[in-house]
Design a protein around this ligand. Sequence first.
Ligand SMILES: O=C(O)C1=C[C@@H](OP(=O)(O)O)[C@@H](O)[C@H](O)C1
Ligand SMILES: C=C(OP(=O)(O)O)C(=O)O
Length: 426
Amino acid sequence: MIYKVQPPADLYINTSVQLPASKSISNRVLILNALSKNDIYFIENLSDSDDTQALQYALQSDDVDFDIGAAGTSMRFLTAYLSQRKGNWSITGTERMKNRPIWILTDALCQLGAEISFLEKKGFPPLYIVGKKLRGGSISLDGGISSQYISALMMIAPVLEQGLTMQLEGIIISRPYIGMTIRLMEVFGIRVEWEENIIWIRPQLYRMHSSFKVESDWSAASYWYEIIALASKDSLIELLGLEENSIQGDAQGRFLFEKLGVQTMFDVFTTLGERKEISTTLSPILPRFTGEMLSYNFVNEPDLVQTFVVSCCLLNIPFCFKGLQSLRIKETDRITALQKEMRKLGYLIRIKDCTGDTMEWKGERCKQEDNPVILTYEDHRMAMAFAPVCLKLKKISIDTPEVVSKSYPNYWRDLEQAGFIITNCN
Ligand SMILES: O=C(O)C1=C[C@@H](OP(=O)(O)O)[C@@H](O)[C@H](O)C1
Ligand SMILES: C=C(OP(=O)(O)O)C(=O)O
């Protein structure tokens, strides 16, 4: 399927969006809830994303063989969870999932007493797991490949016989996601200690919690920030359910968006029944970034890179973005995908040779394709970051638009409600 996306008349947007719930928070709460052996737990506003649904199904079903689809976080969290749960289990996923490394996690789990084997390629899913009570103990782990391994281990740590002491080697990427895991474990009554590169978790009992409300997703919000940055200057977007003091690292994106001419205002109001609603209003501000080159290190917010690369090019803001080392092993190799698709739009982005984890755009242009069709490479964030391009190019075609269901199933519906015209070209 291909969607042709066209902007609203006059590029003017005035809309209110009920954002999807955070899939990172939802996935953690599902695992923490399962570890609390809590059947009647009520999770309000659980994410309706494919990734969360796949995890929820796996945790609730009587099956022993699971297909987790394209959900990286769910794959890693479930691997750790099933390792300590009695039974014989297998987990597989999409072809891409079979090429996303997991050996750092499985090696660590095996050192803690787990029994895991690779059913196809060594170091990658699918996995076969003989689940049992795990010993726990002390391990060291590379902190520079994916924080998801660290979060997965942390969540099972309290139920290990000896608890867990984890020494993180090298640079620690995606740190706010480790912080999010700690904050949510605290909600479930667990104390975690983290000093410099060492994390300690004693054996402890997860405490049942009667209810929990999931915040809206700050990564999903970034596409609406991009829309305000590219739309006409009197536009206004209200986003519902975002926390100002969020446990999501991607909430930091709003400060960088100020440089791209977007201001954020928070308001809390109460609706019928005294339910608290949080409203975040985005509006354009001047001046934008006026320096020579916008520099930023995305090591803590890897999921925002596509949004900012596309926004900066279309706003003609040269940039140097660092800290992109994890992007090559996400839903697709996001560095290559961005470079290829931006080239179709006439933007030449350079990858710094020595490390391959820095993207730079110095304003270099090439000929734009006449009717560019943006490929999404099974990556929801490619589709969502490129759709707003139509605000500058009058229209854009997005291949396989249904990928958005990985984190934001209602993205196209919400764009239509905001006045975008979406035509299915098949
Ligand atoms: O723990 C999480 O919920 C996530 C951690 C990040 O992955 P890495 O730690 O692999 O960068 C992020 O990209 C992903 O979307 C969600
Ligand atoms: C990287 C992502 O997800 P995951 O690693 O959980 O597949 C993402 O949502 O951008």
